[in-house]
Design a protein around this ligand. Structure first.
Ligand code: PLP
Length: 395
């Protein structure tokens, strides 16, 4: 039978029917261990009772009104996000790409207010910012841009983890207004920059009056062992974007701003029909409350460290393992050759993993994963990696 879904995804031959914590169950009730979390979305695992109850209760009262009116849960969520992040205000939308669109528009308006007619934003090689026209133009991946020219102008690309390259670009181009960067590159291969990279970008942005804009769509909401990854550096950006884990599966995005950046948008500058509606905001409030109640952000550090040291033990001596790196529960195991077939092998062993940038196994387990599940993840995947690297041409 032909599918009526546009073939934008190469899907694995499996369909899940329900989930429970770190487990997913297929249509025949077979159980799979989820180390992907819907790509860093379901950090509280599947069917978490707090999220379930919040959206049930909210749906008894109101799903949606409009941003033409006050929305109490949206106000509460903005208060909580401001308190947890140190940022001043929030624009709510429905996805990561939309959050970055808001950030890009903020940067452009910031430039125009200073008389810069064609403002440019510095972006990184290997970055990922989304699939809308502006965000795919900001993305540092030719495959994602292929076939979609003309791209949106106004992006200057430099290598990741290279502050000098940013400085040179700023000196060369007088129209730079902002730097947009991921604290850790997710899609680009779990690339972790030098410990003071963000601090240096902060100083550079201060020096040149640029907006420091962090895409925390994958790193944010506890994934790296802090509520936001920039909190490892003791700095504050001017703009920060969130989505993925914020709603644990209920679509929500957010663009947070601070100081001068918080004063750029005025009534009529930007909007969203669904953005910040009562359903999405009540889910996000439940997520934030649960992260605290279950102490999950601290656990992200402990469990991430435990998972990585276990992998280092099990994989030590395997010359095909180039690097095992992580911050909290954002984990990359880089091999010396393409390894996407490991995703299929893992699936056959009831384990869900992801491979990004061809050679890097990316693990984004739910923060609620337990010790037994961690042991199973490490055992199953290490065995598969050893098998794969000894017999690279077998499937
Ligand atoms: C997933 C992701 C996006 C895009 O989010 P969507 O919700 O798919 O639009 C943008 N930036 C980063 C860093 C991401 O990981």
């Amino acid at each position: 039978m032909t599918s009526h879904i546009m073939p934008t995804y190469g899907r694995l031959p499996i369909t899940f029917e329900r989930g429970e914590g770190a487990w997913l169950f297929d249509q025949n009730n077979n159980r799979y261990l989820d180390a992907v979390s819907g790509i860093a979305v379901c950090s509280l695992g599947h069917a978490h009772p707090a999220v379930h109850q919040a959206i049930c209760k909210q749906s008894e009262k109101l799903l949606h009104t409009s941003n033409l009116y006050g929305i109490a849960v949206q106000e509460q969520l903005a208060d909580k996000l401001a308190e947890k992040s140190g940022m001043d205000n929030v624009f709510f939308c429905n996805s990561g790409a939309e959050a970055n669109e808001a950030a890009i528009k903020l940067a452009r308006k910031y430039g125009h207010e200073q008389g810069i007619e064609n403002p440019a934003i510095i972006v990184m090689e290997k970055s990922f910012h989304g699939r809308t026209l502006a965000t795919l133009s900001a993305t540092g991946n030719a495959k994602i841009q292929q076939g979609f020219a003309p791209l949106v102008e106004g992006f200057i690309r430099v290598p990741y983890n290279d502050v000098n390259a940013i400085e040179q670009a700023v000196e060369l181009h007088k129209n730079v207004v902002a730097v947009l960067v991921e604290p850790i590159q997710g899609e680009g291969g779990v690339n972790i920059p030098a410990a003071d990279y963000l601090n240096q970008i902060r100083s550079l942005c201060d020096q040149h009056n640029l907006l420091m804009m962090l895409d925390e769509i994958q790193t944010g909401v506890g994934r790296t062992g802090k509520f936001l990854a920039f909190q490892h550096n003791g700095i504050l950006p001017d703009v920060c974007t969130l989505a993925k884990a914020l709603g644990n599966g209920v679509p929500i995005g957010a663009c947070l701003a601070r100081g001068k950046a918080a004063k750029i948008f005025t009534a009529g500058n930007h909007g969203s029909t669904f953005g910040g509606n009562p359903l999405a905001c009540s889910a996000a409030l439940a997520v934030l409350a649960t992260l605290d109640a279950e102490n999950l952000i601290e656990q992200a550090t402990q469990k991430g460290d435990a998972i990585c040291s276990a992998f280092k033990d099990r994989l030590q001596g395997n010359a095909h393992v180039v690097d095992i790196r992580h911050k909290g529960m954002m984990i990359g195991i880089e091999l010396d050759s393409p390894c996407t077939e490991l995703v299929h092998a893992a699936l056959q062993n009831n384990l869900l993993i992801n491979v990004t940038s061809e050679k890097t196994i990316r693990l984004l387990p739910p923060l609620i994963i337990n010790q037994q599940q961690i042991a199973q993840l490490v055992e199953t995947l290490s065995t598969l990696i050893h098998k794969h690297t000894d017999t690279p041409y077998e499937s």
